[in-house]
Design a protein around this ligand. Structure first.
Ligand code: PLP
Length: 371
């Protein structure tokens, strides 16, 4: 059965052109880039680094490839907190790959201060300001929420950090923002990225460490990535990451993404007791809604049988059955039970979105009728 995939915040289909390039890299141009005879491969990695850095608005020398954004985030929390007597400030809306390493720091005795969320999913900037002080060593706030699409104002948070905690580093998880929202990547000192959210392969990410920012290296070994992250480069992944970024900008029609979201939101708004977990400036790629009086897993299942794949909030929180982020936004357990996440990608079109909008409404009405 042909299914329309609307869970693109969890991962995306790899572009055919990207997969072709990667296949060639793995089967023909497979030399180890560290070998002296591998100039050609080294050049291609350098070009990919340069291209991605330009897209991120940073220097190529500031971009370090990793195996995924989870690794990039872990790198930050393992290696950027040098003064264990200071405090770390993080938003309550962070992805598990930030939240869990932060909890580990806490269990080791580091003081962790959690900045609450506003009802619309953005971090409460005023509260964050009051949590930052001269003993803060690291602040981390997600650029765009993987759960709701809420976009945080990185330049303004960065200004707060510089003013109140001049000795602190500012990190942002930019995975869902990259190429999808008008986020400004010049503000943070450290930024995490992932290839598989933009039509690239799983297993390739990046950490940007701005010039003049000193954090410890992560993996010791052969000295790859400027001796900051050893390990033989994932050449196909790196080439695939750059190719996907190029394809994404070529193929994705942002106005169409907005129309698709508007279409599904429009349909949800005609149903009673539905909260759209949205903020004024949230990403057009992500739509979160809490549908009271239904169980989201059952809705997901019925829609799957009808040919639509949707999410239940982030894949990570779906596994634990908890939704820490919606909770932090003040949603009740009942609302959370009926919460879905629909996320749009390069393969979707308006007809698919209209069909989903119709099926969604029909299925919610059916489920409510059963109660
Ligand atoms: N950060 C955010 C905001 C994400 O959405 C994800 C993916 O789910 C990650 C980090 C982890 O990315 P990766 O799968 O590359 O480890």
């Amino acid at each position: 059965m042909m299914r329309y995939f609307f869970d693109n915040a969890s991962t995306t289909k790899v572009f055919d052109e990207t997969a072709e390039l990667m296949k060639k890299m793995m089967t023909e141009d497979f030399y180890n880039p560290s070998a002296l005879y591998s100039h050609e491969i080294q050049n291609r990695i350098a070009k990919a680094r340069e291209f991605l850095a330009t897209k991120m608005g940073v220097r190529a020398s500031e971009l370090f490839f990793t195996s995924c954004a989870t690794e990039s985030n872990n790198w930050v929390f393992n290696c950027a907190v040098k003064n264990k007597n200071g405090n770390v400030v993080v938003g309550a809306g962070e992805h598990a790959s930030v939240y869990e390493p932060v909890m580990r720091l806490k269990s080791k005795g580091v003081e962790v201060r959690m900045a609450p969320l506003l009802k619309d999913g953005r971090v409460d900037a005023e509260q964050l300001k009051s949590l930052c002080d001269e003993n803060t060593t690291l602040v981390s706030v997600i650029a765009c929420s993987n759960e709701t699409g809420a976009i945080n104002d990185l330049p303004s948070i960065s200004e707060t950090v510089r003013r109140k905690s001049p000795g602190a580093l500012f990190h942002s998880d930019c995975v869902q923002a990259f190429l999808k929202t008008p986020s400004q990547f010049d503000a943070p000192d450290l930024m995490s990225f992932s290839a598989h959210k933009i039509g690239g392969p799983k297993g390739c990410g990046a950490l940007v460490i701005k010039k003049g920012v000193h954090i410890n290296s992560y993996m010791a070994g052969g000295g790859q990535e400027g001796n900051m992250r050893s390990g033989t480069e994932n050449c196909a992944g790196i080439i695939g990451f750059a190719s996907a970024a190029e394809m994404f900008d070529k193929v994705v029609d942002r106005a169409l993404i907005k129309s698709m979201k508007d279409t599904v939101v429009g349909s949800l708004r005609t149903i009673e007791n539905v909260i759209i977990n949205d903020s004024e400036n949230s990403s057009d790629f992500i739509l979160s809604a809490s549908i009271r009086g239904i169980k989201a897993e059952i809705l997901q299942h019925l829609l799957y049988d009808k040919g639509f794949v949707i999410g239940l909030g982030s894949a990570c929180s779906a596994k634990t059955g908890k939704n820490r982020i919606l909770k932090a936004m003040g949603r009740s357990d009942k609302d959370i039970e009926g919460s879905i996440r629909i996320s749009f990608g390069w393969e979707n079109d308006l007809r698919q979105a209209s069909e989903l909008a119709e099926a969604l409404k029909e299925t919610v009405v059916y489920l409510r009728g059963k109660m």
